[in-house]
Write a protein that binds this ligand. Structure first.
Ligand code: PMP
Length: 406
């Protein structure tokens, strides 16, 4: 793999030049949202400066240009995830929206006696919509447990699967622990019993390139803001057959073929799921973000981030009484930890004073915190623009925080 030119890459991100509390920003909250390169910011400025218009309906030039760019972005996303067809890419407001679309649609297909499996390390966005689905339909929600390293217990998964299993929901990579889940196996086994699988790729997409055809996954979700794109836009990939079967999620403009007060017929894919004026600029900027990341290269990104993960893990473990949660063999650059006797929030606050941005709390995965019997953790999550020098700043800051709080 080619080496990344990190100093050149860092110049693409204007925000990395700023100071926080008088100190150079060290941004280690990438699992919450990533920063935006000027190539993506330029795409946003270009849209509002030059061709802002509503899409799909206009005969005028601006509307045509905006439509073309939006559909071009859909095509970029289709190619990136290797979907067979562009219409299998549904623009949503993000992963949460995409999961709700699917969970809502399955109301029609589930009944009492059916079962939904969900992993023990899910984000709330993958738990709550399913609980609501379970309440609506009487289908039972069951949990695939994990071990203390933060790895799913695959023999227990095997035992949970049955002809009653209709749906399996699992994240590709856990945002709380960094675990890379064996989704190939999860998908294959679910299909053997006839269950559909939704993989939440929100945390995975910035680190690894998923091939939805090779995975044979039924649904895959991503959020642009975690991969150098803007907030408020994401994608649901769905196999065409499934998307045709699922009912529309929201009614409105754009998603209809014909409307009378007696009866409405729905538009075909992807419009059936894209009611109302979408986040046009966001979709276009998402395409620009993928172009940006692909120009760097996902293999080089993964190799570099792995190096940072190993370095940071080793350095953090040199701190007395520091415990890392999530020690799976297969993991990405997310490190959740606590220092014994110190509340994560206190550590986060002191680090902030030093210009270091980390996340503290439950990371929208309370069941994971309950599993480890902690109220929360400190989470440092790394992106390809982070450096070993920044890891050193984190470790130095932590030592200072620990000394103050002990
Ligand atoms: N799932 C995972 C694994 C995530 O990391 C996130 C975002 N942190 C989400 C779902 C929710 O994504 P969004 O808030 O963009 O809808």
């Amino acid at each position: 793999t080619t080496r990344l030119n990190i100093q050149k890459i860092r110049k693409d991100f204007p925000i990395l030049n700023r100071k926080v509390n008088g100190e150079p920003l060290v941004y280690l909250d990438n699992a919450a949202t990533s920063q935006t390169p000027k190539q993506v910011i330029d795409a946003i400025v270009d849209y509002y400066s030059n061709y802002n218009a509503n899409i799909h309906r206009g005969v005028h030039a601006l509307s045509q240009e905006a439509t073309d760019k939006y559909e071009e972005a859909r095509h970029t996303i289709q190619q990136h995830f290797n979907a067979e067809k562009a219409q299998e890419i549904i623009f949503t407001s993000g992963t949460t929206d995409a999961i709700n679309l699917v969970a809502n649609g399955f109301t029609e297909f589930l009944e009492e006696g059916d079962e939904i499996l969900v992993s023990a390390m899910e984000h709330h966005s993958n738990i709550v919509p399913l609980q609501m689905l379970s309440e609506r339909t009487g289908a039972l929600l069951k949990v695939i447990p994990m071990n203390i390293e933060g790895e799913l217990l695959m023999d227990q998964y095997d035992a949970l699967l049955s002809k009653n299993t209709k749906l399996v929901f699992c994240n590709h990579i856990s945002n709380a622990l960094g675990t890379i889940n064996p989704i190939e196996q999860i998908i294959r086994k679910a299909h053997k019993v006839g269950a559909a699988v939704l993989i939440d790729g929100a945390q995975a997409a910035p680190h690894v390139k998923a091939d939805v055809q090779e995975l044979d996954v039924d649904f895959y979700t991503v959020s642009a803001h975690k991969m150098c794109g803007p907030t408020g836009v994401g994608v649901l990939y769905g196999k065409e057959d499934w998307l045709n079967k699922l009912p529309p999620y929201q009614g409105g403009g754009e998603m209809i073929a014909e409307v009378t007060f007696e009866k409405t017929t729905y538009a075909g894919l992807p419009h059936k799921f894209e009611a109302g004026t979408p986040n046009i600029c966001g979709g276009i900027a998402f395409g620009a973000a993928l172009d940006y990341m692909n120009a760097i290269g996902f293999e080089a990104i993964a190799a570099y981030e792995h190096e940072i993960l190993e370095y940071a893990t080793q350095k953090l473990l040199e701190i007395d009484n520091l415990k890392i949660y999530g020690t799976a063999k297969n993991k990405t650059s997310v490190i959740s930890f606590n220092v014994e006797g110190i509340h994560p929030y206190d550590i986060g606050s002191i680090l902030d004073k030093l210009g270091i941005a980390v996340r503290t709390g439950h990371h929208c995965a309370q069941p994971v915190m309950d599993f480890y019997k902690v109220p929360g953790t400190v989470r440092a999550s790394f992106c390809f623009y982070n450096t070993k020098e920044e890891v050193d700043v984190l470790v130095k800051g932590l030592k200072r925080a620990v000394a103050m709080l002990k």
